[in-house]
Design a binder for this molecule. Structure first.
Ligand code: TYM
Length: 344
C-alpha cells in the first residue's frame, strides 16, 4: 500500500466482469454475477469475458476447454446479455491481459498475495503442488479489470478480496510511475441478496461447482423437474419463517432460501418475509420451486438452443475479441511508455 492521497480518475465509467469456464454454472453464479451483467449493460459500457486464462490455473482438459468457453458465452446470452450492447469475448484472445499481468506481477507485493484467502482454500494442504498461476491468479484479475480502465466490477461476495487487491495494485502503479489518476480504483458491485448463495445441503458452505453433491446446487442447465426436486430436498429446519431478518440470522439454511427467493423475485429479504412470515417450509418450498423454475428453466433451454449452433457463438466471441483488443491496446501502450520500455 502507498500513502499517496488518491487522485480521482476522470475517465468514463465502464463495467467489466468474467466467469471461469471450469464447470457447469450454478444459481450462485447466476444471481451473484450474470443477472447483474444483464442489468448493467443498459446503463454503462459493459465488457464481459470468459476467464479461460484463469481456468487453466487448475487442470482443464484441452479437448473440452473451447466448448466450456462456448457454454459460458451461451449462459451470458441466455440470461439476457445482448452481444450488440455488451462486448463478450474470451480472455485468451486478448493478449493484453497477460502482458499487463506480468507488469502487475512486478507491482504487487508477495505479502499482499500471501493474504489471499481463496488461494489458501483452493490450494488446501498441497500448496507446494499448486500451479504458480493459481498463486498469481488475483494479479491477472487486476489486469483484466484495469486493462479496460473499468470502474465497476459486478461480482459475488467471494471476490471482494481480489477487488481490494486490484485497487491496491492500481494505486501503487499510479504512485510508482508518477501517473496520478491513470488507473481508476474500481468499485466492486456486490450488494443484494444474491451476492452469497449457499449450498442447498449446508447453509454454512458456499454454493460451488466443486461440491461433490449435485444436490448442493442448482445448475443453469437443470431441467424444471430437477430444479423442483433439489429445492424440495434442500436442508431446512422445522420452524416457520420469522417476522424479521434478525430472527433469520441464526438459521443459515432458512436464510439462504429466503435470500434466493428475494434475488429471483427482485425483492428484498424483508419483503419476502412480509409475505411468508409464520408459514412453514411446506408452503415456502413449493413457492420457491415455482419461482426458480419460472426464472431458470427458460435460461437452460435457451442455452441448449445456442449451443446447438456453435458457429453463431464463435462469431459473437470473435467480434467481441476484436472490440476488446481495440479497447485494451491503448492502455497497454500507455503503460509501456510509463514503465519506460524501449520503443514504447
Ligand atoms: P468464478 O467463475 O468462480 O465465479 C463467477 C462469478 O460468480 C460469483 N459466484 C457466486 N456468487 C454468489 N454466490 C455464490 N455461491 C457464488 N459462487 C460464485 C463469483 O463471485 C463471480 O462473480 N475470479 C473470478 C473470475 C474473474 C473475474 C475477473 C471477475 C477473473 N477475472 C475480473 C471479475 C473481474 C471468479 O472466481 O469467477
Amino acid at each position: 500500500m502507498t500513502d499517496q492521497a488518491p487522485v480521482t480518475y476522470a475517465g468514463p465509467p465502464r463495467v467489466l466482469s468474467g466467469v471461469q469456464p471450469s464447470g457447469a454454472l450454478h444459481l450462485g453464479n447466476y444471481l451473484g454475477a450474470l443477472v447483474k451483467f444483464t442489468r448493467l449493460q443498459h446503463e454503462i459500457d459493459t465488457f464481459i469475458f470468459v476467464a479461460d486464462l484463469h481456468a487453466i490455473t487448475v487442470w482443464q482438459d484441452p479437448a473440452a476447454l473451447a466448448q466450456q468457453t462456448r457454454e459460458i458465452a451461451a449462459a451470458y446470452i441466455a440470461s439476457g446479455l445482448d452481444p450488440d450492447k455488451a462486448t463478450i469475448f474470451p480472455q485468451s484472445a486478448v493478449r493484453e491481459h497477460a502482458e499487463l499481468s506480468w507488469i502487475f506481477n512486478c507491482v504487487a507485493r508477495l505479502g499482499w498475495l500471501d493474504r489471499m484467502t481463496q488461494f489458501k482454500e483452493k490450494s488446501g494442504k498441497h500448496k507446494e503442488r499448486s500451479s504458480v498461476g493459481l498463486y498469481t491468479y488475483p494479479v491477472l484479475q487486476a489486469a483484466d479489470i484495469l486493462v479496460y480502465k473499468a470502474t465497476h466490477v459486478p461480482v459475488g461476495e467471494d471476490q471482494k478480496q481480489h477487488l481490494e487487491l486490484t485497487r491496491d495494485i492500481a494505486q501503487k502503479f499510479n504512485h510508482d510511475f508518477n501517473a496520478p489518476g491513470f488507473f481508476p480504483l474500481p468499485d466492486p458491485l456486490i450488494q443484494g441478496p444474491g451476492a452469497r448463495v449457499m449450498s442447498l445441503r449446508d447453509g454454512s458452505a458456499k454454493m460451488s461447482k466443486s461440491d461433490p453433491s449435485d444436490y448442493s446446487r442448482i445448475n443453469l442447465t437443470d431441467d424444471a423437474d430437477t430444479i423442483a426436486a433439489k429445492i424440495k430436498k434442500a436442508r431446512t429446519d422445522p420452524e416457520p419463517l420469522p417476522e424479521t431478518i434478525e430472527d433469520l440470522a441464526a438459521r443459515a439454511e432458512a436464510d439462504n432460501l429466503v435470500g434466493i427467493f428475494a434475488a429471483l423475485a427482485g425483492k428484498t429479504k424483508a419483503e419476502v418475509l412480509a409475505e411468508y412470515a409464520g408459514k412453514g417450509f411446506g408452503t415456502f418450498k413449493p413457492a420457491l420451486a415455482e419461482l426458480a423454475v419460472e426464472k431458470l428453466a427458460p435460461v437452460g433451454e435457451k442455452m441448449r438452443g445456442l449451443l446447438g449452433d456453435p458457429a453463431v457463438l464463435d462469431a459473437i466471441l470473435a467480434k467481441g475479441a476484436e472490440k476488446a483488443r481495440e479497447a485494451a491496446a491503448p492502455t497497454l501502450a500507455e503503460v509501456k511508455k510509463l514503465v519506460g520500455f524501449w520503443g514504447a
